[in-house]
Design a protein around this ligand. Structure first.
Ligand code: ADP
Ligand code: GLC
Length: 480
């Protein structure tokens, strides 16, 4: 079965979040099952320079304002899978974030930049662009690739099956309605209602409407987005999709996230040899300028610093953490107000709060290994990958009961502790007070080394690899 994945980012070349991790690992897991999988990516500078053995397939233009567009085909650096890369200098040769300009705002031509991505996917599906390979399934990820199913639907003769994965419904790909003139999509009748969203265009809505199957990245999130609370105005459409909407949990690429072999760590370790984790903790404390105290609880945040991620709750709970003798390390970037508040906290408590604003892959691994507890108090969380990484690193996730967090973290209630099923801490109300309370419970349990180790070992032994989810994706493809 020939499957084309279409997305805006891919680890390790361009990454702003978990989407990149999934787009690197899922195609590889499907290929390991014997599927013929390729990936289509926009030619951001890091992608163009990271693809190996790139060859020119075809030259096109002008399209979407770009005078020349060259489609190249090469291999991805880690998996070796074939990838098509759209080289459109006018649209993509921009450094930094794939979505934002240097002023931190969306690029004004994002509708064209990402329409081109969907449009090329559709033309690969017709076989016009690469006569040697034509996908039977086009699998688009998030709004950036959302017009792929719309362009495919516009060619009634095409029988390409389309799948769309929602990684985050909050980003709906909204643009002014009059930009539709730039998209080359007929918008009338039913097609208008597919693309139009309260006086705007929505690439996300187009995908939810036109794809044969839609899935969200966890079963709980698939249910949540059918409600007004989590649906961002699209819950009605999602409810209408009925059985064509499903939830498939993301997996972890243990080739990248394994404390037994992770080269970023001061010392490798396994569930049976946890001494290495203690060394990682002391090294991290030294690196951060904290007191070298193996017993001091070291809490961590590895996250976009946004209200989605409940970062204001962490700030609110911080006094309690400090009062209990805890240390906090934060790595992330995001909303200016939250960044400033964390910066101020680090300035006020340099010996116990350390804040790293920016993206640093190696440091995120060292934190994952050195910390005792990872805080993920999200207001909503489609899947969440960091709690899964934490589990493998013997770092206890403390999460809010939403989306994929609810599906993966089993609360350390007395009952679950007795049954040996607990792997973390869970709380419900999005309040600092409740978060602080649950942190207090975690710190109490931490004082009992045996109970804590049981929790660590349970998480480290769990298998969230892609094998099971790749099987589910394959079944989804076969169903259409
Ligand atoms: P989201 O995609 O919503 O941001 P996920 O938990 O799915 O959340 O994925 C976040 C990914 O980004 C993880 O791989 C995490 O380790 C990584 N990450 C987040 N912030 C940073 C950062 N500042 N530096 C390095 N990696 C980060
Ligand atoms: C999104 C979500 C996150 C999910 C990731 C990968 O960025 O916010 O929860 O894990 O996509 O699917």
């Amino acid at each position: 079965m020939r499957v084309l994945h279409v997305a805006a980012e891919i680890y390790p070349l361009v990454k702003t979040g978990g989407l990149a991790d999934v787009v690197a690992a899922l195609p590889a897991a499907l290929a390991a099952r014997g599927l013929d999988v390729r990936v289509l990516l926009p030619g951001m500078p890091a992608i163009l320079s990271g693809i190996v053995e790139a060859k020119r397939i075809i030259r096109l233009g002008p399209v979407f304002g770009a005078a020349v567009v060259t489609l190249r085909r090469g291999r991805l650096p880690d998996s070796g899978l074939l990838a098509y890369v759209i080289d459109a200098p006018f649209l993509y040769r921009r450094d930094g974030s794939p979505y934002l300009g240097p002023d931190g705002r969306d690029w004004r031509d994002n509708h064209r930049r990402f329409a081109l991505l969907g449009w090329i996917a559709a033309h690969l599906a017709t076989g016009e662009l690469d006569r040697s390979w034509r996908p039977e399934v086009v699998h688009a990820h998030d709004w950036h690739a959302g017009l792929a199913p719309a362009y495919i639907a516009q060619c009634p003769a095409l029988n390409t099956a389309t799948v769309f994965t929602i990684h985050n419904l909050a980003f709906r790909g909204l643009f002014p309605l009059d930009h539709h003139n730039d998209l080359g999509l007929m918008i009338s009748g039913a097609d208008q209602s597919a693309l139009e969203f309260h006086g705007h265009l929505s690439f996300m809505k187009a995908a939810l409407f036109h794809s044969a199957r839609v899935n969200a990245v966890s079963p709980t999130y698939a249910r949540e987005i059918c409600t007004p609370e989590f649906g961002w105005g699209l819950d009605g459409l999602l409810r209408d999709r009925g059985a064509n909407l499903s939830g498939i949990l993301n997996g972890v690429d243990y080739a990248v996230w394994d404390p037994g072999s992770d080269r970023a760590l001061a010392h490798n370790y396994t569930a049976d040899r946890l001494r290495g984790k203690r060394i990682c903790k002391l090294r991290l404390q030294a690196e951060l300028g904290f007191a070298l105290r193996s017993k001091a609880p070291l809490l961590a945040v590895v996250s976009r610093l946004t209200s989605q991620k409940g970062m204001d709750l962490v700030l609110g709970a911080l006094p309690d953490v400090l009062a209990a003798g805890g240390q906090l390390v934060v790595i992330g970037s995001g909303e200016a107000e939250i960044e400033n508040a964390f910066r101020a906290a680090a300035r006020a408590h340099p010996a116990s709060v350390s804040v790293h604003l920016g993206f640093d892959d190696a440091l995120s691994h060292r934190i994952m290994a050195g910390a005792d507890i990872l805080l993920v108090p999200s207001r909503f969380e489609p899947c969440g990958l960091t709690q899964l990484y934490a589990l493998r690193y013997g770092t206890i996730p403390l999460v809010r009961r939403v989306g994929g967090l609810a599906d993966t973290v089993i609360d350390a209630t007395p009952e679950h502790l007795r049954a040996g099923t607990a792997n973390g801490f869970v709380f419900d109300d999005a309040s600092s007070r409740v978060l602080a309370g649950r942190i207090g419970d975690a710190l109490t349990l931490m004082r009992s080394a045996a109970a804590w180790q049981q929790l660590q070992k349970r998480g480290m032994a769990q298998d969230f690899s892609w094998a099971d989810s790749a099987l589910r994706y394959e079944a989804l493809y076969r169903s259409i």
